[in-house]
Design a protein around this ligand. Structure first.
Ligand code: NAD
Ligand code: UDP
Ligand code: UDP
Length: 318
């Protein structure tokens, strides 16, 4: 339901042309806000917001968050950062710069205009966890020098910056630690497991199981995630996070492959491939905080979310 005109805010979404950001923009526009989408289109694409072309309350700005940005806004959602291993390892130095310089610039902007600022952090700050499921108090087990480090350590440093700006400059911050999320507008070729399996099944190609497929992930549907973002942003200044947002229902990669095969009716065989370096064995959020503080928990089961994701991939480019 649209909000009243007098509660309309001007909201900056960095990374707004990406998978999650474009869904967030859809929801914020529905609520009646004015949106400034800032994106350098490194992994995002204008087609993700094409359906909003000529929308009177959406402005798109092609800009790299590593550079300063002088605009006037009430709230900032900082999502700019490549999120899949293929993309963030393509130019790892740029990945760290995006997380760290991007955070500094957006925090500097938030400080100047006194805006609330949200950070899209990640479950990767927990690394290959030795505590399972992961509560926010767990400090993580991250390799600082491996191929995933540019992403993991960049996001960890961004969290440090958010909390230092909060303590030092009294900024109102909201840090969400996002666990694996899927849905329409995922990149078909970004190597993530849900998009890989769906694309492979639809093409009748072998489903690539890395390792023995017993590793687990918990998959959150993008609509549920966006709902969590907005609930977190709408909390009072005492709520800073970090707060886990994800779906606690765990699946092995074999179980995911079987579900995708069942739903697509595909006869693709499963094949084994080597496990990538530093690939976490298990990942599952402890969402007690999100449940108690935000009254949030995911509503869309994997079987249901997969249907709309499969529809998206099946109808893409047609
Ligand atoms: P995405 O790659 O689809 O979106 C990221 C967007 O940021 C893209 O549009 C890209 O062009 C833009 N971008 C990258 N570098 C930029 C820069 N320097 N300046 C401006 N824009 C830049 O990824 P996503 O899945 O939508 O992820 C969005 C955010 O959520 C990211 O910060 C990611 O780390 C975080 N996250 C996502 C997941 C997930 O499962 N999708 C999990 C944990 C965290
Ligand atoms: N910054 C920005 N937009 C603003 C204000 C600041 O992009 O509206 C950037 C600017 O590059 C600055 C950084 O944010 O270097 C950090 O700002 P802060 O005020 O914290 O520090 P300083 O200006 O002292 O470096
Ligand atoms: N994975 C897989 N086959 C693929 C792509 C990924 O078995 O084609 C595995 C991968 O090794 C990991 C899990 O699926 O254990 C999730 O991988 P993804 O890249 O989607 O997310 P992340 O590792 O960042 O959680």
């Amino acid at each position: 339901m649209a909000r009243l005109y007098d509660s309309r805010k001007r909201i900056l979404v960095t990374g707004g042309a990406g998978f999650v950001g474009s869904h967030l923009i859809d929801r914020l526009l529905e609520q009646g806000h004015e949106i400034l989408c800032v994106d350098n289109l490194f992994t995002g694409a204008k087609r993700n917001i094409e359906h909003l072309h000529n929308h009177a309350r959406l402005e798109f700005m092609r800009h790299d968050v590593c550079l300063p940005l002088y605009v006037e806004v009430d709230e900032i959602y900082n999502l700019a950062c490549p999120a899949s291993p293929i993309h963030y390892q393509h130019d790892p130095v740029q990945t760290t710069k995006t997380s760290v310089h991007g955070a500094i610039n957006m925090l500097g902007l938030a400080k100047r205009v006194k805006a609330k600022i949200f950070q899209a952090s990640t479950s990767e700050v927990y690394g290959d966890p030795s505590v399972h499921p992961q509560p926010e108090e767990y400090w993580g087990n991250v390799n600082p020098i491996g191929p995933r480090s540019c992403y993991d350590e960049g996001k960890r440093c961004a969290e440090t910056l958010f909390f230092d700006y909060h303590r030092q400059h009294n900024l109102e911050i909201k840090v969400a630690r996002i666990f694996n999320t899927y849905g329409p507008r995922m990149h078909p070729a970004d190597g993530r497991v849900v998009s890989n399996f769906i694309v492979q099944a639809l093409k009748g190609e072998p489903i690539t199981i890395y390792g023995d497929g017993s590793q687990t992930r918990s998959f959150c549907y993008v609509d549920d995630l966006v709902d969590g973002f907005i609930r977190l942003m709408d909390t009072g200044p005492e709520v800073t996070g970090p707060i886990n947002l994800g779906n606690p229902v765990e699946f092995t990669m074999i179980e995911l492959a079987e579900l995708v095969l069942e739903q697509t009716g595909s006869r693709s065989p499963l094949i084994r491939m080597p496990l990538p370096a530093d690939d976490p064995k298990q990942r599952k959020p402890d969402i007690t905080k999100a449940q108690t503080i935000l009254g949030w928990q995911p509503k869309v089961p994997l079987a249901e979310g997969l249907k709309s994701t499969i529809d998206f991939f099946a109808n893409r480019d047609r």
